[in-house]
Design a binder for this molecule. Sequence first.
Ligand SMILES: *Cc1c(COP(=O)(O)O)cnc(C)c1O
Length: 360
Amino acid sequence: MTSANDRVKKLVRAEIRALGAYHVPVAGDLIKLDAMENPWPWPDSLRDAWLEELKAVELNRYPDPSAKALQVAMRSAMSVPDSASVILGNGSDELIQMIVQTVAAPGRSVLAPEPTFVMYRQIAAVAGLAFVSIPLQQDFSLDADAMLTAITRQQPAVTFLAYPNNPTGNLFDAEAINAILLAADGLVVVDEAYAPFTDASFMSQLQKNDNLLVLRTVSKMGLAGLRLGLLAGSREWLEQIDKTRLPYNLGTLNQVTGCFAVQHKQVFDEQARKICDARAGLLAGLQGMSSLAVYPSEANFILFRAPPGSADTIYRGLQQAGILVKNLHGSADALRDCLRVTVGLPEENKTFLAALEQQL
Ligand SMILES: *Cc1c(COP(=O)(O)O)cnc(C)c1O
């Protein structure tokens, strides 16, 4: 008799068997500074008005398959140029998956610098594409020459650039990205998940570059639980990518809530402004600890490097003090001894800084 293990080995591709599951630690009562969530709750009046709108939803009916009302609202909230097309996804993760599926074929590859957002590698592997990664420089800036060489040699079907980058927090040089756009025959996806916390964007470059796609999400601005992302690009590309979308990828609850939230975008803009202010304080506090190397950030988190060999102990010590951060030590050579902290509420940041100081 064949065991389940034997069958799995025979039928599941080696690249998929080799993947680790996406592991999310349980936060419990810990102060949650691990996942780039917006810590600010909704004002009560907003919550009540939202629940009132949900009352009218008819869940016996299928959702609008193309989420037209939400598309209009999201285009305006995210300053998408009129000439560009958009597709909405169940989080930007789903849009990354759709982009990769659209160009997936034997022998094709996906290119990205590393360290970066882990889903590019994961989704490429699941779709059966080779993943080519180019190490970032010591200061986490883009190695433009190595990227351009890889583009010439490998002709990647898609290049992913997180802008600002996760988990490093920095913006890559815009000139280097322009050079990549010029050199690439394939798609270049500029992933702007942290747009609420920076002024930099490639959204206005869409008209000039027909191989450019810009990704946005509402997750980091304060709606991580909603699952809603936006892809903007040329009509020709988006018409094809949209064919890989499952017809009802955004439920009616998502569509109605997304429209409601975007109508009250000034609430989230104000929260993002408070997060940027708190980021400056958190950065100064970390920089005041002389045994840390602290990396500048244009996002809602800060990466820092602890003294050699101490990251795991610091991570556990913070947990015992009631604080959850992200431990990146062991995930990649470039991130040795590194921890990443999300900007929280002012008092949470203070608690974190005091607890960290105790650990050093
Ligand atoms: C968090 C993050 C995303 C995921 O966004 P979702 O819309 O929540 O799927 C995408 N890209 C980068 C770079 C991120 O850090």
